[in-house]
Design a protein around this ligand. Sequence first.
Ligand code: X2X
Length: 336
Amino acid sequence: MGQPLSRRQFAVATAATFASIGIIKAPAKAAEFQYKMAHNLPVNHPLHVRNVQCWNAVKKESGGRLEVQVFPSNILGGDTQVLSQLRLGGVQFFTLSGGILTSLVPVAAIQGVGFAFKNSKTTFAAMDGDVGKIVQKETATKGLIAFDKIWENGFRQITSSTHPITKVEDLENFKIRTPPGRLWIDLFKTLGASPTPINLAEAYTALQTKVVDGQENPFAVIETTKFYEVQKYLSITNHMWDGYWLLGNADAFNALPPDIQAIVRRNTTKYALMEREDVALLNASLADKLERRGMKVNKADTSGFYKRLQPFYTKWKGEFGDVAWSALEKYSGKLG
Ligand code: X2X
């Protein structure tokens, strides 16, 4: 080794080296609009993958004028916290389950009514149709935009560290984590369980430390969050469907020129549809993989769940009102 280089000599030497191999470029021009997008899922979930692609496309098509940085895994805070940041404008885009958005937009929880949807086709017909429209309209009155084409989370299944759920009696006093949403809590109370609302950001630790014995989520979330490391049983219940509205802060969105707004609308629709396909494939194929990871998978008999939910349907019909409830029943058939 020779004499150490002074800082200036080092800088000159380094610049010369990089210049000679063509690495030094003109510094990138900062985007005119620099926004943040947050969500709660790990980076290997399709919702993250498709958002990154979506916002890259937006950047490209806007000629670099709008740059949106995607923050996964609750990096910016748990869901309830990020919802406040979104309203204040510190975060401009956020995907959030209607079941949690309900704290601000009560009718948004309607997507999660127990056993309402038979399959993905009727679910998306409802959410892209009259049910979704009602939620979007209500969301717009709160300074937020719920963009077209809700993103897929999926039908939810119950996991447990103590015992498999084979029938409704197995839920008696079962300590289960649910997302923070009133309908979730009421659904599981009605089924006899003992639910605790916890943001996804704290759910793994709550399961690991046995604050709760179980949780419920679609296969793709159980896999990507690694809940299988701290849960033994996976019981297929399909007790409710869940999806994520891509929300935007209305002031931030309206500050964009109309051509960029159109680019955002077009791409968020396009990539949401791709994400739906990705998650459908994953949810359909993960039971085997989770078994190989050591989980015991069983199919629950949910006929007793439905019977027990009768007062739940009466109550939530009242909560959502006749207009929203008949919109739902148009797709679900008569409930309760
Ligand atoms: O928090 C959850 O359980 C999750 C990931 O499903 C939602 O975002 C509602």
